[in-house]
Design a protein around this ligand. Structure first.
Ligand SMILES: Nc1nc2c(c(=O)[nH]1)N[C@H]1C(S)=C(S)[C@@H](COP(=O)(O)O)O[C@H]1N2
Ligand SMILES: [Mo]
Length: 224
């Protein structure tokens, strides 16, 4: 069985001790899981650490910047302290990768994406938002309506502290109602666009609308 799983190998990078141990046993686990068996391995409720690149530069207090641009009235460049000075929203939600693994009740906090969009002011011809990662490769997108949901965060904390580098820190996206591939790590740029621009995995076959089933709470009141 393990042989079948390993045959689907793509990239898994970094991670905590448990995950490294697992990686050593299993070899790299693919982002794609053609066998469907990865989700059946009893690994407990742990994150897999995914990156389509061999990593991203480490960014800290001094070097981190988030730009908000494209079809906006007021382009923004924000530091970590700018983001921390904005209202913070806490959310606890399951995190589910489209390949089948799921981590229940992960605590997140950060700035609502909608607050950043309001601060920049989308122009009337903007209908979508494109996200870029400072890994230089990964991209994602949402419609403007999806991006304005209350359960879409520019996340600064995850689980019990600042978002770690491996999890896409210091700032990553958390799109609560959608599969993990929408939650872009190492967030560097937010760009308002005229049309949806398909993201990295979406040009490789994943659905542009990444909704998880109702069991993930997508229809719940996000403020409750
Ligand atoms: N920049 C970047 N963001 C990314 C990815 C990636 O490869 N690169 N993988 C996505 C996928 S498919 C998942 S399931 C989650 C995994 O998050 P984790 O690595 O914190 O477990 O990150 C998403 N965001
Ligand atoms: Mo994923």
């Amino acid at each position: 069985m393990l042989g079948l799983v390993v045959a689907g190998a793509a990239g898994i990078v970094g991670g905590g001790a448990i995950q490294k141990g697992l990686a050593a046993v299993l070899g790299p686990i693919g982002n794609h899981d053609p066998t469907g068996l990865v989700g059946l391995i009893p690994v407990g409720n742990t994150f897999r650490f995914y990156s389509v690149t061999t990593g991203a530069p480490r960014k800290d207090e001094k070097s981190y910047q988030l730009t908000v641009g494209g079809l906006v009235d007021t382009p923004l460049t924000l530091t970590l302290s700018d983001l921390r000075a904005m209202p913070q929203t806490m959310l606890t939600r399951d995190f589910q990768c489209v390949t089948g693994w799921r981590v229940p009740e992960v605590a997140w906090s950060g700035v609502r994406l909608s607050d950043l969009l309001d601060a920049a002011g989308a122009t009337s011809d903007a209908t979508a938002v494109r996200f870029t990662s400072f890994d230089g490769t990964y991209t994602e997108s949402l419609t403007l309506d999806q991006a304005r949901r209350d359960d879409v965060l520019v996340a600064l904390t995850m689980i019990d502290g600042p978002v770690t580098h491996d999890h896409g820190g210091p700032v990553r996206l958390f799109v609560a109602p959608m599969y993990g591939y929408k939650s872009l790590k190492w967030l560097g740029g937010i760009e308002l666009t005229r049309d949806v621009v398909p993201g990295y995995w979406e040009t490789r076959g994943y659905s542009i609308d990444g909704w998880v089933g109702a069991s993930n709470g997508r229809d719940d009141d996000p403020t409750s």
